[in-house]
Design a protein around this ligand. Structure first.
Ligand code: RP5
Length: 161
């Protein structure tokens, strides 16, 4: 069996860290996509690079773990997660990443109490695993908050103590 020869030098850490988008925007379902448009528009308007993925904490937990545990290495600095109903996505992402995570509780036809179910799921994190939370369907505010976090300076976050 023939081995491939490495012809290009490996990326330096700095290059690797700045290669990806600054903000990751995740939603738990295709049905959440439209509700997050305002966040994507706000990031576009501000010229902030971002990526958008549909990843379910309940239906595809391994993919969520993979994304969250590698995002910082790709240069992502803030992660926004929109989810409805049990809305585990922001909390699970925060458990795998030390990046700031902003949760957006989403209302849908299946919601209990107009999205209060998702709001409580996102807010009620255990001590040591913080998730910031904007209002129900507050996608635009999540993007503005992400921009303000990015404005506080570069570099990876210090490790938790
Ligand atoms: C949550 O369940 C998703 O974030 C979505 O808001 C809700 C319903 O998902 P679907 O049944 O529409 O895929 O996990």
């Amino acid at each position: 069996m023939q081995h491939e020869t490495q012809t290009e030098p490996l990326l330096a850490w700095e290059e690797f860290g700045s290669a990806g988008p600054l903000v990751g925007v995740l939603v738990g379902s295709e049905s959440d996509r439209e509700a997050m448009d305002a966040a994507l528009h706000e990031l576009d308007d501000r010229g902030i690079s971002h990526e958008f993925l549909v990843l379910s904490a309940h239906r595809d937990p391994r993919a969520v773990a993979e994304y969250a545990s590698t995002a910082a290495l790709r240069g992502v600095r803030v992660i926004i997660c929109g989810a409805g109903m049990a809305a585990a996505l922001p909390g699970v992402v925060a458990s795998y990443s030390e990046l700031p995570v902003i949760g957006v509780p989403l209302r849908s036809s299946k919601s209990v109490a107009d999205g209060l179910d998702a709001l409580l799921s996102i807010v009620q994190m255990p001590p040591g695993v913080p998730v910031a939370c904007v209002s129900i369907d507050g996608a635009r505010n999540a993007a503005i908050l992400a921009a303000r976090i990015l404005g506080q300076g570069g570099g990876p976050p210090p490790p938790d103590v």
